[in-house]
Design a protein around this ligand. Structure first.
Ligand code: SAM
Length: 306
């Protein structure tokens, strides 16, 4: 059980028990095509399989964690407190892309992170180090980009931020050794996953009220057409004998139920004192093609029943 290295929006640490409750008795390889912080992957510590994300900086980060953990840790140890003065020995702009003055070390690193891919200086290890430094020192650990792809989250307020995360990097590196790391659209999985494998899909979604009409809502550029494409891919994998587990917004309930998936509202199984009012607040689903009899947890008595 390894802790995720990055904080990531939509992280699934709170949902792990519900996800494990749907796991099949056995599976071959594990795949996570919408990786983000990879909370489930790191908790499972799979021996191999694939992870994927469209965010190329995130993908580069995990490649560096896998291939160069000690160099990455050494580089991270050189970073300074985010509130300290900018490092005068580093080449940096004194104003950011909006023309505002760069006042402290955090904003200098952010400017360097945003400038790097567009210059000859591009260095994948440096970019990975900057990503983790910013992730651990920015406001709320958010990753957010402006329209031109620049990371634009302001400085956070932490008493003792730890941006080195040496043990987590070493552990994550060892888990990732035999993992295929991809920077692709999630559809790669149709060619990649084989019968008997397990795929966990965690697409971008925003919890919405169950009465909201789902039109072209888009988070991370993931809209209605992508959601429909995802359902088709999940159905294709099902036909191929691949185990599929998927978390999504509550408004997708009927779409997955109509397609024959077992769908449950998240929270319904663990709510001991559930009442109608609380149920209305549940706005997240887990859908799977794994029937209850084929699950590892089948036959176990849930603590919630006592
Ligand atoms: C909800 S987050 C995943 C969170 C993750 N399960 C965790 O525990 O941190 C969704 C991720 O999907 C990625 N993404 C967005 N569109 C994608 C696409 N078309 N194909 C693959 N990944 C995509 C985003 O960059 C984001 O990192």
């Amino acid at each position: 059980m390894v802790q995720p290295v990055l904080k990531w929006a939509g992280g699934k640490r709170q949902l792990l028990d519900e996800l494990y409750a749907r796991f099949p008795k056995n599976y071959e390889h594990f795949h996570e095509p919408f990786f983000g912080g990879g909370a489930l992957f790191f908790d499972i510590e799979p021996a191999d399989g694939s992870i994927n994300d469209t965010n190329s900086r995130l993908v580069n980060f995990y490649e560096q964690v896998r291939d160069n953990p000690e160099v990455l840790i050494d580089r991270l140890r050189e970073f300074k407190d985010p509130e300290s003065d900018p490092n005068p020995s580093r080449d940096y702009d004194e104003t950011n892309y909006k023309g505002r003055e760069i006042k402290n070390y955090y904003y200098q690193q952010r400017a360097l992170f945003n400038k790097r891919p567009y210059t000859d200086e591009y260095d994948p290890l440096e970019e990975a180090a900057l990503l983790l430094y910013l992730n651990r020192t920015c406001y709320n650990g958010l990753y957010r980009e402006n329209g031109s792809g620049g990371f634009n989250v302001p400085i956070g307020s932490y008493a003792n931020p730890d941006w080195v995360q040496a043990e987590r990097i070493r552990e994550a590196s060892s888990v990732l050794q035999e993992t295929e790391i991809r920077n692709d659209d999630f559809e790669y999985i149709t060619d990649y996953a084989e019968s008997g494998d397990l795929v966990y899909f965690d697409p971008p979604y925003k919890p919405m009220s169950s009465t909201a009409y789902f039109t072209d809502y888009s988070a991370d550029g993931f809209g209605k057409e992508d959601q429909e494409r995802l359902l088709d891919i999940a159905a294709e994998l099902d036909a191929k004998g691949v185990n599929v587990i998927l978390s999504n917004s509550g408004v997708m309930y009927e779409m997955y139920a109509d397609a024959g998936f077992h769908v449950e509202k998240e929270g319904a199984t663990r709510a001991i004192n559930s009442d109608a009012e609380n149920r209305d607040e549940v706005n997240e689903i887990i859908a799977t093609n794994i029937s209850s009899g084929a699950r590892k947890s089948h036959g176990q008595t849930s603590l919630g029943k006592f």
